[in-house]
Design a protein around this ligand. Structure first.
Ligand SMILES: Cc1cc2nc3c(=O)[nH]c(=O)nc-3n(C[C@H](O)[C@H](O)[C@H](O)COP(=O)(O)OP(=O)(O)OC[C@H]3O[C@@H](n4cnc5c(N)ncnc54)[C@H](O)[C@@H]3O)c2cc1C
Length: 295
C-alpha cells in the first residue's frame, strides 16, 4: 500500500564549529559566521522514512521552516532520496519560539495527509526537543518519542522501540503517528549520485527571484514552471497559503521571553583535576554544594 511520510528537517548552525567570532557581543549566535548544516538527528528521521519507503513503498516529503537559505537542507533531502520538498518561509515566522514553530509546522503538515510524521529528537541549536511533541499535540496525533528501531509496520499499526536512557520500551500505535528519532536509530545513507544529478538545480521560487536580481534576463515564472515540469521545484508556502492564524505565529505567538543570554567560555584556569577516587569525588561534590552549583 505504501506510506506517506513527512520528515521535518531543520537547518542549524554547525555548533561543533563555534569559535569566539561566531558569538555576537550580546552572546547570541552569529549565524552568518557559522556554516549551516542539516540538523544531525533529522538525518536519522529521514533515513527511517526512506527505509520505510524502500520496504513498503510510498512517498517521502521533507519540510523545513526557515529562511530561504534553508532550501539547502531540502535539496540535501532530495539528494538522499526524498520525493518532494516544502519550504515554509515568511517574514512573519521570525522570532517564533517552539510553540509558534510547532503551530506553523502543524499547518504545513496538515496539507500533506501524512501517515507517519518524523522529526529528529532534538535540534543542536535550540536544543529543546519540544517541537516534535508539540507538533503531535497540535495535529492530534499519538506520538512515539526517542525512537531507535522500527519493530513492525503493518496496515495501520506500528510498533516502535524507544530508548528511554535506562531501558527500552516497545510502543504500539495506530497510524497516523508522529515519531521523534534518535541518532542511534540508523546510519543515514549518503547522497545518491543519480538523485544529486537530477536535483542539483532544485530551487524554490524565492531563490529564483534572488538570482533574477543580479540577472534580469531570468524569467522567474518561466524558470519555476520548468523546475515544476522537471519535478524539482521546491514548494514554497507562506502563512497566507497555510491559512495560519497570525496570533499563533512569530513574536505574537511566542510566549517564551529570553531575559539574558550568557556566553560561557571556559578558560584553562577554570578547569580542575579531580583524583579518580571516592575521596576525590566526595570532595568535588562537597565543593559544588557549598558554592551552590548543585543541591
Ligand atoms: C523567544 C525566542 C525567539 C526566537 N527567535 C528566533 C528567530 O527569530 N529565528 C530563529 O531562527 N529562531 C528563533 N528562535 C529559536 C526557535 O524557537 C527554535 O529554533 C525552534 O522553535 C525550534 O526549537 P528547537 O531548536 O529547540 O528544536 P527542537 O524542539 O529541539 O527540534 C526537534 C525537531 O523538530 C523539528 N524542527 C524544529 N524546528 C524546525 C524547523 N524550523 N523546521 C523544520 N523542522 C523543525 C526537527 O525535526 C527537529 O529535530 C527563538 C526562540 C525563542 C525562545
Amino acid at each position: 500500500m505504501g506510506y506517506n511520510c513527512v520528515v521535518l528537517v531543520k537547518q542549524v548552525p554547525d555548533t561543533k564549529r563555534i569559535t569566539g567570532q561566531a558569538m555576537n557581543e550580546d552572546g547570541t549566535v552569529n549565524r552568518a559566521a557559522l556554516p549551516a548544516v542539516f540538523n544531525p538527528e533529522d538525518l536519522n528521521a529521514l533515513e527511517l522514512a526512506l527505509s520505510i519507503k524502500d520496504q513498503y513503498g510510498g512517498h517521502v516529503t521533507v519540510m523545513a521552516m526557515g529562511l530561504p537559505a534553508a532550501a539547502q537542507v531540502l535539496r540535501e533531502g532530495l539528494y538522499r532520496g526524498a520525493d518532494q520538498a516544502v519550504l515554509i518561509t515568511d517574514r512573519r515566522c521570525a522570532a517564533s519560539d517552539t510553540l509558534a514553530t510547532s503551530y506553523i509546522l502543524s499547518c504545513g503538515v496538515k496539507k500533506l495527509n501524512a501517515d507517519i510524521v518524523l522529526c529528529g529528537r532534538q535540534a543542536i541549536d535550540g536544543d529543546t526537543a519540544q517541537v516534535g511533541p508539540q507538533l503531535a499535540e497540535k495535529l492530534g496525533l499519538p506520538q512515539i518519542t526517542y525512537v531507535e528501531n522500527l519493530v513492525k509496520l503493518e496496515g495501520k499499526t506500528i510498533i516502535a522501540k524507544r530508548n528511554m536512557g535506562n531501558g527500552w520500551q516497545e510502543v504500539k500505535s495506530t497510524l497516523p503517528v508522529l515519531m521523534t528519532v534518535l541518532d542511534s536509530a540508523n546510519e543515514p545513507r549518503v547522497c545518491r549520485a543519480k538523485q544529486l544529478m537530477k536535483c542539483k538545480s532544485a530551487k524554490c521560487r524565492v531563490e529564483v527571484q534572488e538570482a533574477a536580481k543580479s540577472d534580469p534576463s531570468i524569467d522567474v515564472d518561466g524558470v519555476c514552471k520548468d523546475l515544476e515540469a522537471r519535478d524539482i521545484l521546491i514548494h514554497q508556502w507562506d502563512l497566507d497559503f497555510l491559512q495560519a492564524d497570525l496570533q499563533w505565529c512569530g513574536r505574537d505567538g511566542s510566549p517564551t521571553k529570553v531575559h539574558r543570554i550568557q556566553s560561557v567560555v571556559l578558560a584553562a584556569k577554570d578547569t580542575k583535576s579531580i583524583e579518580p577516587t571516592q575521596g576525590g569525588i566526595d570532595a568535588m561534590v562537597h565543593e559544588l554544594i557549598v558554592d551552590h552549583t548543585i543541591g
